[in-house]
Ligand binder design. Sequence first.
Ligand SMILES: [Zn+2]
Length: 281
Amino acid sequence: MGCDGGTIPKRHELVKGPKKVEKVDKNAELAARWKYCALSQERLRRPIVSCDLGRLYNKDAVIEYLLDKSAERPNTEAVVHIRGTKDIKELHLTDNPEWEGERRNAKGDRYEDILKGMFICPVVGLEMNGKHRFCYLQTCGCVFSDRALKEVKTEICHKCGDPFKGEDLIVLNGTKEEVEKLREKMEERRARPKPKTKKSKKSKEAETETVSAPSDVAGPSGSSSSSSEDTKSATASASKRSVQEMEEKSEVFKSLFTSHSSAKRTKEQTSNWVTHTPYHF
Ligand SMILES: [Zn+2]
């Protein structure tokens, strides 16, 4: 035996291998993809959307990203392929009647059964917990388990009756290889010529113009009534630059709008100037 004065225990006798822990973490990570938004990392809640690559998002998080793509936020690499609302589809999910959400045990600790899915397949009842393959139909947004789609061959959606083709199926949270294939499919589809591309380009240009415009207005005017709105849009456009610059700018804007005392002073001064200038000279 070790530790009796004669032998020195080797490392592997003292430390239990870390491999098991890694495996658990990986399972938890995979399960988390079915419960948390791939962008905001917040818990998934309706309306839930998916993309051409089969990731799950809260719709509000994606919309927020689309409104200002340049803002600094984590996980943007998960959504760079989403160009607009046309690239996302709202999912029709089926609630799991056994899902109870977060619970507390006797000690008051929060816990959650990792294998419990929030949603199930409406056809065969499998839980959407990461253990089973699930797909959504890009045509209608309905979600089914792979098993249901294989067992009941159909070209009409099980849930809403819309017709679909095999190419409309997108696997949700697929493997690396599956996501790669979906990406190829997406790029191929986007490369196809579309008659309306000119229009969409124009509207995009108009959008960028309206975004850049308020920063010019916000600086010098700073009227107390619209100041909060001005600072918002101004910081949004400023965030296009580096974080440091943005922080500097926001400080400037803070000094412009939040220091009411200085603002009042200048108001009094300017009102004096106005009354003096036109009437006395
Ligand atoms: Zn459907």
